[in-house]
Write a protein that binds this ligand. Structure first.
Ligand SMILES: NC(=O)c1ccc[n+]([C@@H]2O[C@H](COP(=O)([O-])OP(=O)(O)OC[C@H]3O[C@@H](n4cnc5c(N)ncnc54)[C@H](O)[C@@H]3O)[C@@H](O)[C@H]2O)c1
Length: 253
């Protein structure tokens, strides 16, 4: 039986991280040719090894800093060289920095906007010609932080960047329609990841965060990957310009 992404060439950014790895492995299980990338080489290489060991098709470009235009172009060129084009772009890799407004250094603000928002624009622009050729699918990672604030999270720059990802996605959907490109986002809630695990080890932090979640627990990277796989696949052929919340009900009460 064919997988849901059989033969599709799928770029996954931040493939060495938690959600990126889970998605790369799920894409590979669904028959995709996966093209990973990460600024950190070690984790990215491990993901390739895991995918190939499980019988999947995956290459990776690393280290690759997607805040640089030339690196974005290098990644797209690698996908074309290895597999002939790009069908799916999962803009997942990002890094946020946190500060309350009265302690916000310029650098913290600009780095967050660059590494969470500009990064999505730069790679999408680089991949656009290839996505246009095939009527591809874009899935961007927004966040519940695009929709709300957590009272213990100094997330001013983060919420701004993710809000930008959210509205950029709607506009990409509008521009993409002429080329058969669909564009959607996922908004994960609190997910167990390399970025959140140290905080989740703090019982007070964990309790306060989980109080916001209907299902009373953090999500798993695989639970985000499942939503991304759906949006990337032809099962979502009539879905564009939307945001799928993967948040255990955080935004629903
Ligand atoms: N974990 C959560 O609770 C949560 C919640 C909402 C949204 N998100 C979003 O999910 C996405 C994945 O995060 P995660 O939780 O898996 O974290 P993670 O740190 O495990 O993964 C992020 C990966 O992106 C890579 N990366 C960062 N900057 C990069 C750059 N400039 N170029 C290339 N690669 C880069 C990192 O090296 C890392 O491997 C992010 O966009 C994050 O904002 C996470």
């Amino acid at each position: 039986m064919a997988g849901r992404l059989e033969g599709k060439v799928c770029i996954v950014t931040g493939s060495g991280g938690s959600i990126g790895r889970a998605t790369a492995l799920m894409f590979a299980r669904e028959g995709a040719h996966v093209v990973g990338c990460d600024i950190v080489a070690e984790g990215a290489q491990e993901t390739v090894e895991l995918a190939v060991k499980a019988g999947g098709s995956m290459i990776s470009v690393h280290p690759c800093d997607l805040t640089e235009k030339a690196q974005c172009e290098r990644l797209v060129a690698a996908a074309v060289k290895a597999f002939g084009g790009v069908d799916v772009l999962f803009n997942n890799g990002a890094m946020a920095y946190f500060a309350w407004i009265d302690a916000m250094e310029d650098d913290v603000w600009y780095k967050t906007i660059n590494e969470e928002l500009n990064i999505v624009f730069l790679l999408t622009r680089a991949a656009w010609p290839e996505l246009s050729k095939r009527g591809g699918a874009i899935v961007n990672t927004a966040s519940v932080s695009a929709w709300m604030g957590y009272k213990m999270l100094p997330g001013l720059a983060h919420t701004t960047a993710k809000g930008g990802v959210l509205s950029m996605t709607r506009h990409l959907a509008m521009e993409g329609r002429a080329h058969g490109i669909r564009a959607n986002s996922v908004s994960p809630g609190l997910i167990e990841s390399t970025q959140t695990k140290p905080h989740l080890a703090n019982p007070e932090w964990k309790q306060q965060m989980c109080e916001r979640i209907m299902l009373d627990r953090a999500g798993k990277p695989e639970e985000v990957a499942a939503a991304v796989t759906f949006l990337a696949s032809d099962e979502a052929s009539f879905i564009t310009g939307t945001d799928l919340r993967v948040d255990g009900g955080t935004l629903a009460w």
